[in-house]
Design a protein around this ligand. Sequence first.
Ligand code: MG
Length: 362
Amino acid sequence: MTKIVDATAYLVDIEVERLRTDAVQSFLRQETVFVEVTTDDGNTGTGYSYTIGTGGMSVLAMLREHLLPRLVGADAALVERIWADLFASTRATTVGAITSLALAAVDTALWDLRCKRAGEPLWRLAGGFRRRVPLYDTEGGWLHLSTDELVRGAVASQAAGWPGVKLKIGKDRIEQDVERLHAIRDAVGPGMDIMVDANQSMTYAEARRRAAAFEPLGLAWFEEPLPADDVAGHVALARSTVIPVAVGESLYSMAQFRAYLEQQAAAIVQVDVARIGGITPWLKVAHLAESFNVDVCPHFLMELHVSLVAAIPNGRYVEHIPQLRAVTHSQLRIEDGHAVAPDTPRLGIDWNRDAIDNRRRG
Ligand code: MG
């Protein structure tokens, strides 16, 4: 038994590397909540979670006041047991974003320790399917960028051998979205995946109308067309278009994914390891998707998701949005349009402790 002797949490603001806008928000800074769990054999596991700007202090309070005191004395190897006990102790606030984000910070720290004990990198310990996974770019597709800028970004991605690019949509008029998409398709030709993302901004009627206008473009997927709790709307939309519907970045429990999958409302599952509550439930959602013959293309957090997509047979893509470079010594390794999972026996993120300390807010 490796007993947990200490557990701490703190919050760090990480600036974005460039302005990121979509149909409903701007991403200006990442609130990053770190958890460090120390065991009686002298090892410390580092986990983390995030918000794109609000609620980070609430996650920190949940950890400090409620979750972390329950960890001391527990066997760090019993990751499932710890997750279940912490979840059960938060019944008044589950299922909910703040609690899931807090659980994720703990769970990823426990997986960091688990990898260290096993002497294996995360991608192998979590399943071990393939080390290199296809990468698509979102960083060149933000809503405020001009058509020329979008085209330049997509052409550069293609020249670098990347298999896909994603474009934020939800301009005021449908013709604006269509014009931007056509410009990209004309520039890259038919052999590249183009995804679109509406960030839950549309009504069913508008999403159906836009999907019909997009169909000649051969899109790889239509992401978050509707509010995430409108499962019935997604069911109807999925039946009305040949474009695969992608959801998952705004879902916080396995049961929410099951509801989408069993009604064939999700053709792509975008489970986010922070928002679902950590690696432990992430893997369950990924395996659930496999049972429905559905691929997993997780949302954001490429530094962690590269190892998880590499762990599973139905992982199709990692999303390229660099966000941790200011606080890490390591960088995502990219080869021929593929992300390469780190081979170090931890989560594979080499944190820059000085840079982290300089950005602490809580
Ligand atoms: Mg999205």
